[in-house]
Design a protein around this ligand. Structure first.
Ligand code: GTP
Ligand code: MG
Length: 298
């Protein structure tokens, strides 16, 4: 049997369900998911095997109108994901429909003449009758080789899409060992688990004002791991909210992130969190590089 291997980039507006799709197809919680927009900040590779094909899925930050250096670097990372891929999966939240943002992404895909598939997600939330006009509106902007209607959260339509993806990958050797799930370093996975809890447990500007870096990682003789992470926030008020009354919020963030990480790393985890005020971190190259965002495009 011919082996196949290729990259498929998942792009779309913030909150379309891109990370949910990557996690579902790989069967692992590789990319953090929250109900808030702009959760994903950098490209996340997820590897899945289908027969003799190795599909390298690339989750990307949602595409929106960027303001801060951080935002510009996020959107640039998304488009780089598209340029590096053999195929683009344009994921659209069927409930939100053809918003201006979604149309803008379709226009750019058309202008770049990328091989693209249209994937309408969250079909569990909408009337089937609304899907055909949505497909027509987007197909009038860009040519899509295939169209799928799926629910990344519930799994509907994903088996068929996974099979088609495998067939669409170019013939060639596998680039990663077949049992690898991602190329993300454990230190970054740990920082992301903390950031996910910040997104889930705080509101308004607080999650957007925070970044997380793993400072130290110590393997213990008993098989557990001791992780220290720093949360940088833009303002003193955000630090106070993150810490909470008597430290209650930061304890809860730590407890949930630790449980999540223990599952992911399959061992006991001791997690220590520090919160530091650092105004302007989102404009600091070193902070962006720490989360793997190349700053050349910003
Ligand atoms: N009902 C429903 N909800 C979904 C589906 N897919 C994703 N969601 C929800 O949509 C929200 C956003 O999902 P994410 O996977 O974080 O979206 P994203 O496109 O990665 O978002 P950004 O990283 O911010 O660009 C979460 O609350 C998901 O649980 C779906 O098929 N059906
Ligand atoms: Mg995401």
């Amino acid at each position: 049997m011919t082996t196949r291997c290729g990259f498929a980039a998942i792009v779309g507006a913030p909150n379309a369900g891109k990370s949910t799709l990557l996690n579902r197809l790989t069967g692992a919680k590789l990319s953090i998911v929250t109900p808030k927009a702009q959760t994903t900040r950098f490209r996340v590779l997820g590897i899945f095997m289908h027969g003799a094909a190795q599909v390298l899925l690339v989750d990307t930050p949602g595409i929106f109108r960027p303001r801060r250096r951080l935002d510009r670097a996020m959107v640039a990372a998304a488009w780089t994901g598209v340029q590096d891929a053999d195929l683009t999966l344009f994921l659209v939240d069927a409930k939100a429909g053809a918003t201006d943002g979604v149309r803008g992404i379709a226009e750019k895909l058309a202008a770049e003449k990328r091989r693209a598939w249209l994937v309408l997600n969250k079909v569990d939330l909408v009337d089937k009758q609304r899907l055909l006009p949505l497909i027509a509106a987007l197909s009038a902007i860009a040519a899509f080789e295939e169209v799928f209607m799926v629910s990344a959260a519930q799994g509907d339509g994903l088996q068929e899409m996974a099979g088609k993806l495998a067939e669409a990958m170019p013939a060639g050797p596998h680039l990663y060992p077949d049992d690898d799930l991602t190329d993300l370093p454990d230190r970054l996975l740990a920082a992301e688990a903390v950031r996910e809890q910040i997104f889930l447990q705080t509101h308004e500007e607080v999650p957007y004002g925070a970044t997380v870096e793993t400072e130290s990682w110590q393997e213990k003789p008993d098989g557990s791991v001791r992780i220290e992470a720093t949360i940088y926030v833009a303002r003193a008020g955000q630090k106070a909210i993150l810490i909470g009354d008597g430290g209650s919020r930061i304890r809860e963030i730590g407890a949930r992130a630790r449980a999540e990480l223990a599952g992911l790393l399959e061992r006991r985890v001791h997690l220590f969190l520090n919160v530091k005020e650092r105004p302007g971190w989102d404009d600091e190259r070193a902070r962006l590089r720490a989360i793997g965002l190349d700053d050349s495009a910003s």
